[in-house]
Design a protein around this ligand. Structure first.
Ligand SMILES: *Cc1c(COP(=O)(O)O)cnc(C)c1O
Length: 466
């Protein structure tokens, strides 16, 4: 399987190449040169199989010749063995035609683990084959940093250093990062905002001598391998509910558009997906696009669902490329205009095509708390604020044909105890394997938002592990 850039001016690469590269050199995102398709018989053959096996079979065409199937299958088995539920991504029924798929049973209690646990092992395998090392650097305001740390802790060929804004993440989120004491893990609490952290990471990548000395790499949500590892849970849910003989629909609380894009990919592969519903908080650029073909950037506003406090959904470029009939020049031009003017419109025909499949709902914070309260009262279900937005979106846009609707649950309620307490007046307990999180020792270093200071700390982490 070969991958091409959405902007048409970067070398084609295989799966291992796009795994390590992340972003393409022309600023575009890698996508498969052709989409693999499964027949109804192919889907049926996956029914009733363990999640790890479904994952390996669904990812196999994307991995192509880059890894032998046996290696990929072993990686998937190992990645999901540590999850807190034997079904890995279980379905819970809320109403006669409404289901929740829980994607939060991984080590950090958020759906990022579904892909990141596979990614850490893929990196290790590919780096061993090339006899290479990398230093993963990233900035986080919440879930991505801890998922990356859990995925790379203790790996022989990678160090991981995560910057977080000091005092501005929740205590659960900070402790999930800082209590991982493996020598190859570094946590830096930056005196500044999340934007400062992100700027520092960009500055490290722009410092070419530093970048090549430490072999910097990233695992942010534009990495194709993360999308590929998110497709299987949509397949597993659809098969459990009757696919390929029966259509299903999905509702996805959306930020960077990576999760819902994976659902689109499953549909493109032939899974009968009737509808995709996007849930947004007050940062609702995608909902506004679907309503009026007017994607206009506004300032990011903090909300109860911080992982969706995003105005520029980076993975949208992959859908845009498809909406523009895979025309890289048109995609590059649209993205350049978007960057320059802060707004984008697509040709009418493409917009109508998007609207036939995608629907959207915006839910503000008071409505999100009300939805958490309602779900608890009516179905006895405790949903975190992100999940509640997705469930509300599902209920706002049910399938006319009566296909079952699956809302994906992206975080465990115990990750957002303040919102849950405000909504229903109780404190959701952490699962047993994390019950002592508040007693575990932490290790992190505070630093000013200064490039030289941060680079020195990254170097120190790498040397500690050498
Ligand atoms: C990352 C995240 C999202 C948003 O997912 P995207 O792939 O960025 O759209 C939603 N909910 C939670 C809890 C997350 O961590």
């Amino acid at each position: 399987m070969r991958y091409i850039s959405t902007r048409g001016h970067a070398p084609a690469r295989d799966f291992a190449g796009v795994l390590l590269a992340g972003l393409a050199e022309d600023g575009g995102l890698y996508v498969p040169e052709t989409w693999p398709e499964f027949s109804p018989a192919d889907w049926r053959a996956l029914r009733g199989k363990p999640y790890a096996e479904v994952a390996a079979r669904v990812m196999q065409p994307f991995v192509g010749g880059a890894l032998p199937f046996g290696t990929l299958a072993a990686i998937c088995r190992d990645a999901y063995a540590g999850f807190g539920h034997p079904a890995v991504a279980p379905l819970v029924q809320l109403d006669h035609n409404l289901f929740v798929q829980e994607l939060f049973h991984g080590p950090t209690l958020a759906f990022k683990d579904m892909a990141m646990q596979v990614l850490g092992r893929l990196f290790e395998h590919v780096l061993a084959e090339r006899d290479a090392r990398v230093t993963i650097v990233g900035a986080t305001s919440g879930d991505t940093g801890s998922a990356a740390i859990e995925a790379f802790a203790g790996r022989a060929r990678a160090d991981v250093v995560i910057l977080h804004p000091a005092g501005r993440t929740s205590e659960v989120q900070r402790r999930q990062m800082t209590t991982v004491l493996a020598p190859n893990v570094g946590n830096i609490a930056v005196a500044g905002s999340f934007d400062d952290c992100q700027d520092l990471v960009k500055a490290m990548f722009a410092d070419v001598p530093f970048r090549s000395e430490l072999h910097l790499s990233a695992v942010n949500s534009i990495n194709w391998a993360r999308i590929a590892a998110q497709v299987p849970y949509y397949v597993a849910a659809a098969l459990a509910l009757g696919a390929p003989e029966r259509e299903v629909a999905f509702a996805v609380p959306t930020g960077n558009f990576g999760n819902v894009l994976a659902a689109w990919v499953a549909r493109r592969m032939g899974l009968p997906v009737a509808r995709l519903v996007i849930g947004s908080n007050r940062n609702d650029i995608l909902v506004r696009f679907l309503a009026a073909n007017d994607m206009r950037v506004q300032p990011v506003e903090p909300s109860l669902s911080p992982s969706m406090d995003i105005q520029v959904s980076s993975n949208f470029e992959r859908l845009l490329f498809e909406l523009l009939d895979r025309d890289p020049a048109a995609t590059a031009a649209a993205m350049a205009r978007f960057r320059a003017e802060g707004r984008m419109a697509v040709p009418d025909a493409a917009w109508h095509r998007a609207r036939r499949l995608f629907h959207g709902l915006r839910l503000d914070d008071p409505a999100t708390l009300a939805e958490i309260r309602r779900l608890h009262a009516t179905a006895g279900y405790l949903a975190d604020p992100h999940t509640a937005v997705g469930i509300a979106a599902a209920q706002a846009h049910p399938c006319p044909a009566g296909a079952p609707m699956v809302a994906v649950a992206t975080a465990h309620p115990a990750k957002f105890p303040d919102a849950i307490a405000a909504a229903v007046g109780l404190h959701p307990p952490l699962p047993p394997r994390l019950a002592d999180l508040y007693q575990r020792p932490e290790r992190y270093t505070g630093a000013p938002a200064d490039l030289a200071a941060i680079e020195a700390l990254v170097r120190a982490t790498v040397q500690r592990n050498a």
